[in-house]
Design a protein around this ligand. Structure first.
Ligand SMILES: Nc1ncnc2c1ncn2[C@@H]1O[C@H](COP(=O)(O)OP(=O)(O)OP(=O)(O)O)[C@@H](O)[C@H]1O
Length: 637
C-alpha cells in the first residue's frame, strides 16, 4: 500500500485521492487497485465519494453480428456487408476490458453495439446479469454510459459550471444541492481536476478534457462505462493517468469498464484486466491480458523477446506471422466452447433491483431552465458573434436606408420602395435561415451524445435553444428594420409600424425554422446550397412573377410561399389601409394614388392577418418537423 506525503496532502483532501495522485505519477496502479469490493478501503471510497452503491453488472454477448447495406452504384442494387461475424464474450464487474485490433477490425462497431448506441443491423444477444437486454432499454441506459472519442464539452463554461449543471440535470432536485455539490467536488478531486474548477473547459488539456468527460458521466453513477479510444491524442503520461483512473474505477467501485484502444505501450497494456481482440470482424482472443502470450504460444506463435505484447497481437492479427484470422478465431472458439456457461447473478446484483434505482433526473421545466441557462452563459461569454450579427444588421440597415432614402413617401419612388421592401425581406430571411443552417449540425454531436447518456430529453433541449435563437434573430431583424424603415421614409403610423415589424420578423423566424429543418436533416455540404436555393425559389413568387403569369403546375408554390405572403403583406402595410395620396414633386406621378399601385400589382385584396397566420403556421410546422426529424435521428440506432 502507498502512503500520503505531506507535500500533496491538504487537510481537505481524502487520503485516497492523495494516494491516487501519488500513485498515478509513479504509474504504480496495481498497488492501488483493491481487488475486493469488501476491502476496508473500498468503504472509505464509498463514504468519501458518497456514491450510492450501484448494482454490479456482468455483460455477456452471444453471436453478435452486425450488417450494413452497401449500395453498388453500377448495378444499382444494395448488398449486405457483414462487419461483425458472430462474436461472443463476457465482461465482468470490476474488470477493465480493452477491445483491441488492427484498424478497421470492428472495434468501434462492437463497442457501439454493446453500448446500445447502434442497434439497427445488429443480431445476437446481449445479456445483462443473465437477462436479455431489450433494444432501447431505458433501464440499460440508466445503468451505462458511453463516452465517445471526441470531447464535446462546451468551451465557454468552466469545469465547475459544467459539473454543477450536469449534476442538476442528471440527479434532479429530489436530492439536495449540498449533496450534489459535494459529489461534484469529490469527483473532481478523484479525477485530479479540483484545481481546474474555475477553468474554462475550452482551456483544458486533452487529458483533462477526457477526465472531465468521465467525471460528467460518473455523476449519474453508472455501473458500466464504454469508452471509445480514451487515450487517442494523449501523451504517454496522460494515457497512463487515464487508464490508471479507469482501472481504479473498475476495481474499487466494481464498475464494468470497456474501452477500445489502439496499440498501447507494454506498460499500459498490462494495466488492463481483460482483453478482447478483434480482426476482420472475428474475435481472435478473449481472456486475461496475461494469458495472451501463452495462448498464442499454444497455437505455435511465439512472441519475440522484449517485444510489446500489444504490438505483437496486432502483427499476428494482420497476418505478419503467417497465421490466418480464421485459425486464430477457431483457436479462441475451441477454448471457450469447453467453458461452462456463466450462471445468472444472484438477485441482489440484478440491475432491476428497484432499491438501487438512481435518483430521477430533473423535470421537464427544470431541464428547459438549466439548458437555457447553459446556452445563455455560453452566449454571454462569447458575445462576439452576437455583437457582430447585430452590428451587421445595423450597418446594412443604414446602407439600405441611405440608398433608398425617402422612397417611402414619394410617389415617384414607389418602384424603388418596392425593391427596398423585397431586398429587406430577402435579407432577413437569408440571415435568419443561414445562421442556424450551418451552426446546427455542430450542435447535433453534443445533442446526440448528451441525449444518449440521458442528460435530458429532446423537447427541453429544443425549447431552450429556441428561447435563445428566436429573440436573437428577432432583435437582429428589428435592428435592421427600424433603421431602414425610418431612413427610407415609410409612414410613421403605429398600426403600419406594428404590422410591418410583425410580418417581417415572423417571416425571418419562419426562415429560421426552415434553417433548423435543413440543418437537422441534411449534411452541411448540402445544406449550404439547399438553404439559399429554397429562399430564392420562394422569393420569386409575387415579386418576379404574378399569380396570373404563374404556370398552373407551380401555383401551389405561390400559395405556400411564406416569402410571397410576407412580401405582399409588407406592400399592403405600406400602401394599403387607405393610405392618402403620395407626395408628388413632378408634373405627373403614375403611382400618386397608392391604391393604383396595389391594383397593378394585383394585391389590392391582400389580407395581412391571413398572411401572418400562414407565415407563423409554416414556421410552427417547420419546428414540429425539425423536432420529429431530430427525434427519429436520436432514436434510430
Ligand atoms: N455504416 C457502415 N457502412 C459501411 N461500412 C462500415 C460502417 N460502419 C463500419 N463500417 C466498416 O466496418 C469496418 C470496421 O469499422 P470500425 O469503425 O468498427 O473499425 P475500427 O476497428 O474501430 O477501426 P479504427 O481503429 O480505424 O477506428 C470498417 O471497414 C468500416 O469501414
Amino acid at each position: 500500500m502507498t502512503t500520503c506525503t505531506s507535500t500533496n496532502c491538504s487537510p481537505s483532501r481524502s487520503s485516497l485521492s492523495c494516494c491516487q495522485v501519488e500513485n498515478t505519477s509513479h504509474d504504480n496502479v496495481r498497488d492501488v487497485a483493491i481487488s475486493s469490493p469488501l476491502h476496508p478501503q473500498s468503504y472509505i471510497l464509498q463514504e468519501k465519494h458518497s456514491f450510492p452503491r450501484r448494482p454490479e453488472v456482468d455483460l455477456i454477448f452471444k453471436d453478435i453480428r452486425f450488417r450494413v447495406k452497401q449500395w453498388n452504384l453500377r448495378n444499382l442494387c444494395a448488398k449486405d456487408k457483414e462487419i461483425l461475424h458472430g462474436v461472443s464474450g463476457e465482461f465482468k464487474a470490476g474488470e477493465l476490458v480493452a477491445i483491441m485490433g488492427p484498424s478497421g477490425a470492428g472495434k468501434s462497431t462492437l463497442l457501439n453495439v454493446l453500448a446500445g448506441y447502434t442497434l439497427h443491423g445488429m443480431s445476437g444477444e446481449v445479456l445483462v446479469n443473465g437477462k436479455v437486454r431489450v433494444p432501447h432499454s431505458e433501464r440499460w441506459r440508466r445503468t451505462s454510459c458511453y463516452i465517445q472519442q471526441d470531447s464535446l464539452v462546451r468551451g465557454r463554461i468552466t469545469v465547475g459550471e459544467a459539473m454543477t449543471l450536469a449534476a442538476h440535470l442528471k440527479l434532479g432536485y429530489t436530492i439536495s444541492s449540498a449533496y450534489k455539490h459535494t459529489q461534484v467536488l469529490n469527483l473532481l478531486e478523484m479525477l485530479g481536476l479540483s484545481h481546474c474548477y474555475d477553468t474554462l473547459c475550452g482551456r483544458l488539456s486533452g487529458g483533462q478534457k477526457k477526465r472531465l468527460d468521465v467525471a460528467l458521466e460518473l455523476l449519474s453513477n453508472p455501473s458500466v462505462l464504454f469508452l471509445d479510444e480514451p487515450t487517442t491524442g494523449l501523451d504517454s503520461m496522460s494515457c497512463s493517468q487515464c487508464i490508471a483512473l479507469l482501472k481504479r474505477l473498475a476495481r474499487m467501485e466494481r464498475r464494468t469498464i470497456v474501452c477500445t484502444i489502439h496499440q498501447p505501450s507494454a506498460l499500459l497494456f498490462e494495466m488492463f484486466d481483460s482483453l478482447y481482440a478483434v480482426a476482420n470482424g472475428y474475435c481472435v482472443y478473449r481472456g486475461p491480458v496475461h494469458a495472451l502470450i501463452p495462448h498464442l504460444a499454444s497455437i505455435g506463435i511465439n512472441c519475440p523477446a522484449y517485444h510489446n505484447p500489444a504490438d505483437f497481437l496486432i502483427e499476428v492479427a494482420i497476418g505478419e506471422y503467417g497465421i490466418s484470422v480464421d485459425k486464430l478465431a477457431t483457436a479462441v472458439d475451441s477454448i471457450w466452447s469447453e467453458e461452462t456457461p456463466a450462471k445468472p447473478q444472484p438477485i441482489e446484483t440484478q440491475i432491476e433491483d428497484s432499491t438501487k434505482e438512481p435518483p430521477p433526473p430533473a423535470g421537464f421545466l427544470t431541464q428547459c431552465y438549466l439548458l437555457y441557462k447553459r446556452q445563455l452563459l455560453c452566449l454571454k461569454r462569447d458575445y462576439t458573434l452576437l455583437v457582430v450579427r447585430l452590428l451587421c444588421h445595423l450597418l446594412i440597415g443604414i446602407i439600405f436606408g441611405y440608398l433608398y432614402m425617402g422612397s417611402g413617401y414619394r410617389a415617384n419612388g414607389v418602384l424603388a420602395n418596392y425593391v427596398y421592401l423585397y431586398g429587406s425581406l430577402l435579407l432577413i430571411v437569408y440571415t435568419g435561415k443561414m445562421a442556424v443552417t450551418l451552426a446546427f449540425p455542430l450542435e447535433m454531436k453534443i445533442l446526440t451524445r448528451e441525449h444518449f447518456n440521458r442528460w435530458y430529453k429532446l423537447a427541453p433541449y429544443y425549447i431552450s435553444m429556441l428561447l435563445i435563437e428566436i429573440p436573437f434573430q428577432a432583435a437582429c431583424a428589428a435592428t435592421y428594420l427600424a433603421v431602414s424603415y425610418w431612413l427610407t421614409g415609410q409612414p410613421i403610423e403605429a398600426h403600419r409600424i406594428i404590422s410591418f415589424m410583425a410580418v417581417s420578423i415572423a417571416a425571418s423566424l419562419t426562415a429560421q425554422a426552415w434553417g433548423f429543418f435543413i440543418g437537422a436533416t441534411t449534411p452541411v455540404k448540402i445544406a449550404v446550397f439547399v438553404g439559399p436555393i429554397l429562399a430564392v425559389l420562394f422569393s420569386v413568387f409575387g415579386f418576379c412573377i404574378t399569380y396570373i403569369d404563374t404556370p398552373s403546375g407551380f401555383r401551389w408554390l405561390f400559395h405556400i410561399s411564406y416569402f410571397r405572403a410576407g412580401f405582399h403583406s409588407l406592400l399592403y402595410t405600406v400602401y394599403g389601409f387607405d393610405r392618402m395620396d403620395l407626395k408628388c414633386d413632378e408634373f405627373y406621378c403614375h403611382y400618386k394614388k397608392p391604391t393604383k399601385f396595389l391594383k397593378e400589382m394585383n394585391i389590392s385584396d391582400t389580407n395581412v392577418i391571413n398572411n401572418l397566420v400562414l407565415i407563423v403556421g409554416i414556421g410552427v410546422l417547420m419546428h414540429l418537423l425539425t423536432a420529429s426529424a431530430l427525434w427519429c435521428k436520436l432514436n434510430r440506432r
